[in-house]
Design a protein around this ligand. Structure first.
Ligand SMILES: NC(=O)c1ccc[n+]([C@@H]2O[C@H](COP(=O)([O-])OP(=O)(O)OC[C@H]3O[C@@H](n4cnc5c(N)ncnc54)[C@H](O)[C@@H]3O)[C@@H](O)[C@H]2O)c1
Ligand SMILES: [Zn+2]
Ligand SMILES: [Zn+2]
Length: 361
């Protein structure tokens, strides 16, 4: 039997989001129905609302969530009703060319629930990142549920479902930051601060936080930044070079995803250094770089999709580190809010007042 619950949808490009009735089907084979306990507001939800991802309106927003499995469809063995899970947008297929060569964190054939959640009039919803968790219940593929220790509050655990995992993974998985290295992170929102935390955790000697907002720079220090640079008041590339003996950083992570920040990242790294792009650009952005500089500076330029994480490997491990007091994930939660407050949370994100607003149920 289908369930009727409250959910936050984006009906049309740029229009304010609204809370409305969402119909959630019972789980079919391979699917899981999850009672959402917490879901963070990520910049990507705003990208969806503004039409920056695609035009498949209406969207059911929310994708950074944790909750408890309510029911599973036939053939689901890995999770069971009552399990506390973090939802992931990388249900690994096990069969595509990435999976078969042993790199499941790149899985090219991730999947979601087959059945559609709908509006009361039957209009199919597009769930953000195949999740749609600004709703009391959501329907996902069972592989999107990763069981973790239930002792961690849902508003903290859920953050690993997107932004915090993306940032931690950009430093730990994509850049493979090593002990003693110098790292700069451009953009200190939830994703950038998680990259700073990851770099610090990995033993980076120098961790430079770059943002246009002094309040964000202050918070970045709390996650392990050793130096800060306000991008609004000077030359970012020069500032990073000055803080790294004139050479540039071994690793520069762009957690904004704009042409100017990527260009800064490209030139602010040392010879043979690594650039990691974790911020998501919009389709209209075009990059122009002298090819001789791409060659001459050497090193690597990589994108970080979801922090190149493997949920089954990384979520339980990071939750353990948090429980041991070694990874202060709770510091990312600026406030807990209700379903009706998502639009206001977008405004606060815009004004730089929060790292993460988290909807709790
Ligand atoms: N790759 C992935 O898998 C993945 C996952 C989640 C989010 N993201 C993306 O990561 C990006 C950051 O997400 P977030 O949730 O941290 O957003 P956010 O809005 O909380 O943070 C962005 C930060 O960048 C700063 N900023 C803006 N322009 C800047 C500039 N020119 N120079 C320096 N700093 C600048 C802002 O002040 C803010 O602190 C977004 O593009 C989001 O879509 C990527
Ligand atoms: Zn695969
Ligand atoms: Zn996200």
């Amino acid at each position: 039997m289908a369930n009727e619950v409250r959910g936050v949808i984006a009906r049309a490009k740029g229009a304010p989001v609204e809370v409305t009735t969402v119909v959630v089907p019972a789980p079919a084979p391979g699917e899981a129905l999850v009672r959402v306990q917490a879901c963070g507001v990520c910049h990507t939800d705003l990208h969806y609302r503004d039409g920056g991802i695609n035009d498949d309106f209406p969207f059911l927003l929310g994708h950074e969530a944790a909750g408890v499995v309510e029911r599973v469809g036939d053939g689901v063995a890995d999770v069971a009703p009552g399990d506390f899970v973090i939802l992931n947008w990388r249900a690994v297929c096990g069969q595509c060319r990435a999976c078969s060569r042993g790199e499941p964190w790149y899985c090219f054939s991730t999947f979601n629930a087959q059945q559609k959640m709908t509006l009361a009039d039957g209009t199919a919803l597009s769930p953000a990142l195949g999740i749609g968790a600004f709703a009391e219940l959501t329907l996902v593929a069972a592989g999107q549920c990763t069981k973790v220790d239930a002792a961690v509050p849902a508003q903290v655990a859920g953050l690993l479902g997107c932004g915090v995992m993306a940032g931690l993974g950009a430093a730990l998985n994509t850049a493979s930051v090593r002990r003693g290295e110098t790292v700069a992170v451009i953009g200190c929102g939830g994703v950038g601060d998680a990259a700073i935390l990851g770099a610090s955790f990995a033993g980076a000697r120098t961790v430079i936080a770059v943002d246009v907002d002094d309040r964000k720079l202050e918070w970045a220090r709390g996650f392990g930044a050793t130096h800060t640079v306000n991008a609004g008041t000077g030359d970012v590339v020069e500032a990073i070079r000055e803080l790294t003996d004139g050479f540039g950083a071994d690793v520069v992570i762009d957690a904004v995803g704009r042409v100017e920040t990527f260009t800064q990242a490209f030139y602010a790294r040392d010879l043979a250094g690594r650039v990691v792009l974790v911020g998501v650009p919009t389709p209209d952005m075009k990059l122009e770089l002298p090819l001789i500089d791409v060659f001459g500076r050497g090193g690597s330029v990589k994108s970080s999709w979801y922090g190149d994480c493997l949920p089954s490997r990384d979520f339980p491990m990071l939750i353990d580190l948090h429980r041991q007091g070694r990874l202060p994930l709770d510091k990312f939660v600026s406030e807990t809010i209700g379903l009706d407050d998502v639009e206001a949370a977008f405004d606060k994100m815009h004004r730089g007042e929060v790292l993460r607003s988290v909807v709790t149920f």
